[in-house]
Design a protein around this ligand. Structure first.
Ligand SMILES: Cc1cc2nc3c(=O)[nH]c(=O)nc-3n(C[C@H](O)[C@H](O)[C@H](O)COP(=O)(O)OP(=O)(O)OC[C@H]3O[C@@H](n4cnc5c(N)ncnc54)[C@H](O)[C@@H]3O)c2cc1C
Length: 320
């Protein structure tokens, strides 16, 4: 049996940020992840200045491909609205690996399936034992299913379905485009240039609203491909998308049950306006670590529910 004070299930931004803060404070921590890093993660990879401030790193110090987006070109039902801002795009393949290594925590490749309680301990798959358990396993986190789902079922109205592809492409337009509500889509689509010659194209929408209208995300995805070709943004590429689902923030979620914590997508924390989840994942990971270290309650009150203010104004990293 491998023992650790804290075991974190999932080594994405939520889990690795939590581990980083615990390691720095001298707490014994172990990360379990079902995948070997670096690993692919479906994500447009847009991050805000707040993410760098929470990490305590300047964008200039980031050792991998990074694009500084000086403006975002929003389109609302066809109306073009350029917004001068200061945002960044990264590749999750590189970013998540960098965060995990930076955490300094030991990582074991293991798919968590079964968790049971034994006195003050949690026993995972009869192989790992801990006193504090952090669920950072994303949408299908086993810690969520085991300890939280029956108390805090997720709302179907908050479920976002996405199609996306990230691929090497000799793009000539390095602007970031966002199209909201095209063809009445209850969501938006994007074109995000990345460092090292990669491009990310995708679409996300509230799946319940789509189904109620008898539409499928695939139809909107095909329409997006036509639009990209018509605009000359992506031509001659045979798209091969992948899909993933995650949840927007539900204010009723209680992310702590005794010595069990939920962080990031496991808690369903993506912002309700933009579906931004990397910042909330890192923020919640740091808050959970602090709660474990101080034994004070873990609350998500300080994690922003909206991205829009962050796009317009500089945001100060606060945890209370
Ligand atoms: C198409 C798409 C585009 C997006 N674009 C953006 C964007 O541009 N900007 C933004 O801020 N957010 C975006 N998001 C949201 C963002 O990707 C997530 O909110 C973010 O990844 C959450 O991080 P996390 O650490 O909670 O989970 P994850 O990054 O999903 O990490 C979870 C980890 O847990 C591991 N795991 C899962 N199950 C188990 C198990 N049983 N045992 C062991 N390990 C397990 C997984 O392998 C994974 O490494 C997007 C999401 C999608 C789907």
């Amino acid at each position: 049996m491998t023992e650790s004070d804290v075991i974190i299930v999932g080594g994405g931004p939520a889990g690795s940020s939590c581990a980083w803060a615990l390691q720095r404070a001298g707490q014994q921590v172990l990360i379990l992840d079902r995948k070997a890093f670096p690993r692919m993660k479906l994500c447009a990879g847009w991050i805000t200045p707040r993410v760098w401030r929470m990490l305590g790193v300047s964008p200039e110090a980031y050792p991998h491909g990074l694009i500084h987006l000086k403006r975002l070109i929003f389109h609302f039902r066809g109306k073009r609205i350029p917004l001068t801002t200061r945002q960044y795009s990264i590749r999750r393949y590189e970013f998540d690996h960098w965060l995990l290594q930076r955490s300094g925590a030991p990582v074991i490749r293991h798919t968590v399936r079964h968790i049971r309680e034994e006195g003050p301990y949690f026993v995972i798959d009869e192989q790992f034992r801990c006193r504090f358990l952090v669920g950072a396993g994303g949408t299908n986190c086993p810690v969520y299913h085991h300890f939280f789902e029956s108390h805090f079922p997720r709302r179907e109205t908050d479920r976002i379905a996405t199609f996306e592809e990230e691929f090497p492409y000799p793009y000539s337009d390095s602007e970031c485009y966002l199209w909201f509500f095209d063809n009445d889509l209850p969501g938006y689509s994007w074109y995000v240039p990345k460092g090292n010659g990669y491009l990310n194209v995708g679409i996300g929408a509230k799946i319940k609203a789509l189904k109620q209208r008898g539409e499928s995300l695939r139809d909107h995805w095909l329409a997006l491909q036509d639009k990209l070709a018509a605009l000359g943004l992506v031509e001659g590429h045979a798209f091969a998308h992948k899909g993933h689902q995650y949840f927007l923030r539900h204010p009723g979620m209680q992310p702590q049950r005794g010595r069990v914590y939920l962080v990031g997508d496991a808690a369903g924390l993506a912002t309700v306006d933009m579906g931004e989840g990397i910042g909330p994942a890192i923020h919640s990971g740091l808050l959970a670590a602090r709660s474990i270290l101080t034994q004070r309650p873990y609350s998500l009150r300080s994690v922003p529910r909206y991205s829009f203010w962050d796009l317009l104004f500089r945001w100060r990293w606060k945890t209370r």
